[in-house]
Design a protein around this ligand. Structure first.
Ligand code: UN1
Length: 489
């Protein structure tokens, strides 16, 4: 079994701690790798490497930086199947979704590479004669990135690729449950010609390594995807020293099923949104807000489909739902299943740890009905295969229920009525609204992110991808040869 050191300045170097941790397959508990834990000094070494490399990398023309990304995308494409299989073994999601995770990484790599020739600013006129005004985009410097385990390659790629094309250098801590796919991605970037020091990898727990990245004075910005609780802490720590920070946090994403909906389509959407990736997406559909007139018909169909789902090892083609990531997530989900029952919600199916004949962490796809909006299972992000059905009697009540949450990432409505669809588009407080499709499956050329507890106003990917990792400079070019005073002359 391979032991990974830290990746600093293009080389694998031993950590200065004696601590290690194991990376295991959540379905089989097979050990995949051991990783060394970084110390504060190791992080400083990584930051220094990124700082030293910043000048040359930021001075490399963006189309040249992009060229490396185009190459990396080609290599990722060639290795897609092998990487997807490793991703399933490391994270547990079913193989078709693992391929999707790699594909999303390829997509953002190509998209970001395209941005190399689109680093547009604006030009405009001046209020004074013989003066020209424009904006340019500048890289920020060393970016600290802390990424989650649920999209082991796609989310690191969403952050890394735009940051690189914009000319930043990086110190990155991948999730301890899934470091291998980030390592593979960085190896591919190096193979494609990324200079040493542009990206550095450190490993270890958020409580020490993540914390040291957040606090390191040489790191100019933090990009984090993870829990609301950690996100709040990071934002407040960065606020104290005015460090730029972008966070993508949780969701309690609703699917609205109206009385005119195509119910089979809505059931497809709920199965995919609630139980795809075993419910472990920020965008997962965890609330279904269903019109009272169709509640019974919808629930019956949903129940039949949910009971037919096949739990198991994600590498097997017959598996619909893989494991959850680790024991503590399994405990958390089980705890919420108990909370739901104690709160008085009706458990329709699931609710227990499952045993598909493997030693890993499996939980039954779970549906609660008669959930009221103030229950914890309707308010808190569970991040597992658990969905809460809430009944309403019209579009306005449905939208009110959708907005009755601390989060605001994704949302969806199933209806054939255009007026209702547009009402949802205008009134749901979320960063994403789908019409007649599920809450998951955002595409990389659109901005991704949310409102309220989901984030702090940034969007990732799409036209905002480069914005997250650049600063705008306004430039005033006065060629009048005399002192001209704006607002006064
Ligand atoms: C996440 O769960 O944090 O829209 C990201 C989706 C995926 C990305 C999810 N493209 O579901």
């Amino acid at each position: 079994m391979q032991e990974y050191q830290l990746f600093i300045h293009g080389e694998w170097v031993g950590s200065s701690t004696n601590d290690t941790f194991d990376d295991t397959n959540p379905a089989t508990l097979e050990k995949l790798a051991t990783l060394q834990v970084a110390s504060g000094d190791d992080i400083t070494r990584a930051v220094r490497s990124a700082q030293e490399t910043f000048t040359s990398w930021s001075e490399t023309p963006p189309p040249k930086r992009a060229h490396i990304l185009f190459k990396a995308a080609r290599i990722l494409e060639e290795r897609k199947e092998e990487l997807a299989r490793l991703l399933t073994r490391e994270m547990g999601k079913v193989i078709s979704e693992a391929r999707g995770d790699i594909q999303e990484a390829i997509d953002i790599t190509l998209y970001a590479a395209g941005e190399g020739r689109r680093m547009f600013g604006e030009t405009t006129t001046s209020e004074l004669k013989n003066k020209f005004c424009m904006t340019i985009l500048r890289p920020i410097g060393v970016i600290g990135m802390i990424t989650p385990w649920n999209f082991p390659m796609a989310i690191p790629a969403w952050k890394v690729m735009p940051a690189l094309v914009a000319g930043n250098t990086i110190v990155m801590k991948p999730a301890s449950d899934t470091p291998l796919l980030t390592i593979r991605m960085v190896e591919v970037l190096m193979e494609a010609g990324l200079p040493p020091g542009v990206i550095n990898l450190v490993f270890g727990p958020g409580s020490t390594v993540g914390r040291a990245i957040v606090h390191h004075p040489g790191i100019r910005a933090i990009s984090f995807t993870g829990s609301l609780e950690t996100g709040k802490w990071i934002v407040s720590e960065c606020g104290k020293v005015m460090k730029r920070v972008s966070v993508e946090l949780g969701g309690k994403n609703p699917i609205l099923v109206m009385d005119d909906a195509d119910l089979d389509l809505a059931v497809d959407g709920v199965i995919w949104g609630a139980f795809g990736t075993t419910g472990q997406r920020c965008t997962a559909a965890s609330r279904v807000i269903v019109h009272t007139k169709v509640k019974d018909a919808f629930t019956d169909r949903l129940l039949v489909r949910t009971r037919a789902l096949n739990l198991g090892d994600g590498l097997l083609p017959e598996t619909d739902v893989g494991p959850v990531i680790n024991q503590s997530q399994l405990d958390k989900i089980e705890h919420y299943a108990r909370i739901g029952q104690d709160e008085g919600a009706v458990l329709l199916t699931g609710g227990h740890v499952a045993d598909p004949g493997l030693p890993g962490y499996f939980f039954e796809p779970t549906i609660f009905t008669d959930v009221s909006q103030d229950m914890r299972i309707a308010r808190e992000e569970i991040f597992g295969p658990v969905v809460a059905l809430i009944t309403v009697s019209g579009i306005d009540e449905a939208i009110e229920a959708a907005n009755n949450t601390d989060y605001g990432l994704s949302s969806s409505i199933y209806t054939r009525d255009m007026t209702r669809a547009f009402r949802a588009i205008e009134k749901i407080d979320a960063g994403i609204t789908y019409i007649n499709s599920s809450t998951i499956g955002a595409e990389v050329h659109l901005p991704f992110g949310g409102v309220k507890g989901t984030g702090n106003g940034f969007r990732e990917a799409g036209t905002d991808a480069v914005k997250e990792f650049t600063e705008v400079k306004a430039v005033y070019f006065d060629y009048s040869g005399k002192l001209q005073k704006a607002q006064i002359d």
